[in-house]
Write a protein that binds this ligand. Structure first.
Ligand SMILES: [Zn+2]
Length: 393
């Protein structure tokens, strides 16, 4: 701070700092360079001689020469447990999806759009009427958390039973609104571990269906939006992703979710986005060990999977029976990045979205037996009524 002040008052310091190189300034051990400068020698900072680009415009070409290639198609047919297709309304729409599924090696999509009641029946009917796609799309049903209070659980369980009878294979995706914003009938915040919800989790156990739940968001969304924040660009692009004082903390939401999972040990919970702990494998490891009824899904955290290739590979091998492939946002051109990270030993390749990650990815080179489990065997185990697609042994 004192240095900054000195720079403002004496710009000449930039030109000739005793002990520094020409054009540089000297800092103390443990200090950072002033804004606009970088450390060119130990404790010596210098500013570029040209205007620096913004992080949007700095796109250095990848000069690593290798024979590596993208992986357009999954090695084994995959179940996308975290599918968000547009509402299924027509055979033509299914024809188009079939072409896309086949091109990228997707066997089955589980639509996680919280569709319930008549809307669920209508979409199931369109899928069932299609000669080839009838076995390649299944649906999760939604739970309405509006007005939780007396009588809510009975209605929710009755709807869940009806939806399962209509073909739903699980519950979800329960959105992050549960915990962050949903209010009870009495106006108070509905905590994720509110005991009023337990009858629904217990009904899921009785019906032998998994519950797919997304809680909170990356922890950086709760941190100050400064130039130390890994998600600065995302938070600047999407202001509604910042969580201020009016929201429960990331840690509180995580603890509510974990208490709910522990209190319902007979229910299978699939926690979306690796619980936002793909960047904290020690914490995620503890969760896996404490909650044997929990599985994780990998959607939208590929940037963390592909930057810790060795630790992540170990994690996938250790918990190979409890990890599900899922993509989240349905963008067919993005699935191949997942295949490449899971299947290859490739080094230093581009990710598809700068605002998630400004770094490159590496392949974690999963063994075939683990790939098969993550791609489809684990999903078929927890949802035994889902049909096997061609190639799923
Ligand atoms: Zn989702």
């Amino acid at each position: 701070m004192r240095l900054l002040l000195a720079l403002l008052i004496f710009p000449a310091l930039l030109v000739a700092q005793p002990g520094g190189q020409q054009g540089g300034v000297t800092i103390q051990a443990g200090e950072e360079c002033p804004p606009g400068m970088t450390e060119v020698r130990p404790r010596n900072c210098r500013a570029p001689t040209m205007p620096a680009p913004s992080i949007l415009d700095y796109r250095p070409r990848n000069t690593v020469v290798s024979a590596d290639q993208p992986v357009p198609r999954a090695k084994f047919p995959a179940v996308d447990f975290h599918g968000h297709p547009a509402p299924i309304r027509s055979a033509e729409q299914l024809d188009a999806l079939q072409r896309e599924f086949d091109a990228m090696g997707l066997g089955v999509m589980i639509a996680a759009n919280n569709v319930s009641g008549d809307a669920l029946k209508a979409q199931v009917a369109v899928v069932q009427a299609h000669p080839t796609m009838r076995n390649r799309i299944r649906f999760l049903t939604g739970i309405s958390f509006a007005n939780v209070g007396p009588g809510w659980a009975e209605r929710a369980v009755a709807q869940l039973e009806a939806d399962v009878a209509a073909g739903a294979v699980g519950v979800g995706e329960i959105g992050k609104g549960l915990g962050l914003s949903t209010r009870k009938a009495d106006g108070t915040r509905l905590a994720i571990d509110d005991p009023a919800l337990d009858p629904v989790w217990q009904a899921a156990a009785r019906l032998k269906i998994p519950v797919f739940i997304h809680t909170a968001d990356p922890a950086e969304f709760w941190q100050p939006i400064d130039y130390k924040n890994e998600r600065w660009l995302e938070l600047a692009l999407f202001p509604n992703r910042r969580y201020g004082e009016e929201f429960p903390s990331f840690e509180q939401l995580a603890q509510e979710r974990d208490r709910m999972i522990k209190r319902n040990p007979n229910t299978t919970f699939v926690v979306a986005h690796m619980a936002w702990y793909a960047n904290d494998l020690p914490r995620l490891t503890r969760m896996m060990d404490e909650m044997p009824n929990m599985l994780v899904e990998v959607g939208a955290v590929l940037y963390d999977i592909g930057r810790q290739l060795r630790a992540m590979r170990d994690f996938f091998v250790k918990y190979q029976d409890r990890i599900l492939f899922g993509k989240d946002s349905y963008q067919p051109e993005e699935y191949p990045y997942y295949w490449r990270v899971f299947e290859t030993r490739d080094d230093y390749f581009d990710y598809y979205r700068d605002y998630h990650a400004f770094w490159k990815l590496y392949g974690i080179d999963l063994p075939d037996a683990v790939l098969r489990k993550v791609y489809y065997q684990n999903a078929l185990r927890i949802m035994p009524t889902v049909p096997r697609a061609a190639g799923m042994q």
